[in-house]
Design a protein around this ligand. Structure first.
Ligand code: FHN
Length: 424
């Protein structure tokens, strides 16, 4: 949408709400699930028998669909296969520690029973039930943290909402101040008072947001004092986390908590014909790369209009879960690598008092049975393979630490060796 990352789009100075320790769980979590779901899953990338390019959730905008036409899709939105328990279970089994779902995206459609606008799942669809409540209950039962994405400025349906590249339907026109007052602020209040603990408020695309409008929405965050917000509200707010989108910062983002959000294919919202899937290996290595730089990975799922995760997404979640089940200790609760770079992979670390565990994530397994960690010296009390707990011998050399390793990679995607030391 924008040629520059949001971090460069505007500079803010306002400090986020700070509750001591509110980031602690988040910094340990490392991996979350993004869910982009809404009426746009009905056309799923097609309009008037034409394939519409671009993002699935942008179809109303990209095909300039008049409000009255787009409203017909809501009449077909009936996610009878929606199973919130199953969604949360798949996220949990993948090793995801929190979920952020689009409560309302740019098309203005609310997935919840909002009194601020009838353009919502209860009033405008045959399904007729709040979609967030079952997810809240499933998350509570399964111990999963839940946050909401809310498009605070772009709203292509409720009059007065902004449109990043200009309106196309005269009925979209209206006062943005009245939209903020009558729709956005009341809906954010509904989300922060009617759905239990909300761990993240994920603002997005702050078109035409000024300080006064941003202040009105930011003031509502005090309803959930421990809530984490991002850098996309607009005005002068930088929130708690920076949000690189579809890319991993080369060396992390110094001095900021950050969360790379990414799709598994090329679209956030479901499209029938978007089959450009990243491999599970790529997604796992992205997780490792992000954790090695001290960031979080918010990996997207775009459910179908019937309420199901597409099969390629289910398969990738299962593969990620298989890897995190074995290697999770090298991700969760770790901090960034002490190395500038490593020729064969990445590293993370965990410090507990005088104990340090260094996790070596090996992408390119060495030939010849020896792994060199350049420049690493010091007394390591143990070295073990996470895949099978096997102890490995290691010795310090002039070039660094040499570890005797099996001839074949225990895990072709990322095999992890844990080095333990009490040396300072
Ligand atoms: O326009 C949105 C887009 O639809 C999607 O929600 C992404 C997710 O980060 N955010 C905006 C594009 O930057």
């Amino acid at each position: 949408l924008l040629s520059v990352p949001f971090t460069q789009l505007y500079s803010q100075t306002a400090a986020p709400l700070t509750v001591p320790g509110k980031m602690d769980w988040w910094r340990k979590a490392r991996l979350g699930m993004f869910i982009h779901w809404g009426v746009y899953a009905v056309p799923a990338g097609q309009y008037k028998d034409q394939e519409i390019g671009g993002l699935g959730e942008w179809i109303m905008h990209d095909a300039s669909i008049p409000r009255r036409d787009y409203e017909q899709y809501a009449k077909q939105f009936n996610p009878v296969k929606y199973d919130a328990e199953a969604w949360v279970r798949m996220a949990k089994e993948a090793g995801m520690k929190y979920i952020v779902i689009t409560a309302k995206h740019h098309d203005g459609f609310a997935l919840f029973d909002s009194k601020a606008s009838d353009w919502n799942v209860v009033k405008a669809t045959p399904y007729g039930k709040d979609l967030l409540k079952p997810l809240v209950e499933a998350c509570r039962r399964q111990g999963m943290k839940l946050g909401f994405y809310y498009s605070q400025a772009n709203d292509w349906f409720n009059p007065g909402g902004a449109a990043a590249r200009g309106h196309w339907d005269p009925t979209q026109q209206g006062s943005m101040d009245e939209y903020i007052e009558q729709v956005a602020a009341p809906q954010v209040r509904e989300l922060l008072t009617q759905y239990g603990d909300v761990v993240e408020l994920w603002w997005d695309v702050p078109t035409d947001m000024n300080r006064q409008r941003a202040d009105k929405l930011a003031a509502l965050l005090s309803l959930q004092p421990g809530i984490i917000t991002n850098d996309r509200l607009g005005g002068h707010y930088n929130g708690d986390i920076t949000t690189p989108e579809q890319y991993i910062p080369a060396t992390g983002i110094a001095g900021r908590d950050w969360e790379t959000c990414m799709t598994m294919n090329d679209t956030w919202g479901f499209k029938t014909n978007d089959n450009n899937w990243k491999s599970a290996a790529t997604l796992i290595r992205n997780l490792v790369d992000i954790a090695s730089k001290g960031g979080n990975y918010l990996l997207n799922v775009g459910p179908t209009a019937e309420g199901e995760f597409p099969r390629p997404i289910v398969e990738r979640l299962q593969a990620i879960g298989k890897w995190t089940a074995v290697n999770g200790e090298a991700i969760y609760g770790t901090t960034a690598s002490p190395f500038h770079q490593l020729p064969w992979g990445r590293a993370t670390q965990r410090k507990e008092g005088k104990e340090t565990t260094l996790y070596l994530h090996v992408f390119a397994w060495p030939k010849g049975g020896q792994l060199l960690v350049p420049g690493l010296a010091g007394a390591f009390s143990s070295a073990r393979l996470l895949s099978n707990g096997k102890t490995l011998t290691c010795k310090t050399t002039a070039d660094g630490l040499v570890i005797d390793v099996p001839l074949t990679a225990p895990d072709p995607v990322a095999a992890v060796i844990a080095l333990h030391t009490t040396a300072p």
